[in-house]
Design a protein around this ligand. Structure first.
Ligand code: IMP
Ligand code: MG
Length: 181
């Protein structure tokens, strides 16, 4: 049987409790910033699904949510920057205060594509909540209003993020040793 919940031996390790505490802080910050408003959270599938589930429960405001799925071509670990829409939004965003919920911003190409796509639908505002960011890998500048953790350049997985589709169910974030990528 495949061993469960095994940490990688790379440089980035974020325990479940650290994730939980930070997500609660982000939720509280969002709740404060959006007081009196009804934010519309858009989860970028698949990687952000666990972050989204925890984040919305940390925002004590009336809110709505939706899901979008985009894929950037590339190998298992690196994006090529070519983006394809796999699953569109169900709900209109015109006039809404949108918060994009992303797992990780790496090159920024996916988020940049997505922000253009959303802006074209004339929301009242758009902000980004990203659990992780690898600033050293950025190719295009993208705004991140709510950031969980800045990390170094390593391939991370767990807590929704995959390693060749597996390990999304790890309750913590861990990373590959650079030689494994
Ligand atoms: P970007 O377009 O290069 O910013 O990367 C976008 C997407 O690639 C992210 O939303 C993730 O889905 C995926 N990705 C980038 N780096 C990692 C990683 O270290 N682990 C898991 N997925 C990643
Ligand atoms: Mg993603």
């Amino acid at each position: 049987m495949r061993a469960m919940f095994t940490a990688g031996n790379g440089p980035v390790q974020i325990p479940a409790e650290t994730l939980a505490n930070r997500v609660k802080e982000l939720g509280a910050q969002i709740a404060q910033d959006y007081q009196g408003k009804t934010p519309h959270l858009i989860c970028v599938l698949n990687g952000a699904f666990i972050f989204m589930a925890d984040l919305v429960r940390a925002i004590p405001l009336p809110l709505t949510l939706d899901f979008i799925s985009i894929s950037s071509y590339g190998n298992a670990y690196r994006t090529s920057g070519e983006v394809e829409l796999l699953k569109d939004l169900r709900l209109p965003i015109h006039g809404r205060d949108v918060i994009v919920v992303e797992d990780i911003v790496d090159t920024g190409l996916t988020l940049s594509y997505l922000l253009d796509y959303l802006e074209a639908r004339k929301p009242a505002s758009v902000r980004v909540a990203a659990l992780l960011s690898k600033p050293s890998r950025r190719q295009v500048e993208v705004p991140i209003h709510y950031l969980g953790f800045e990390i170094e350049d390593a391939y991370v997985y767990g807590y929704g993020l995959d390693r060749a589709q597996f390990d999304r169910n790890l309750p913590f974030i861990t990373s590959l040793h650079p030689e494994e990528e």
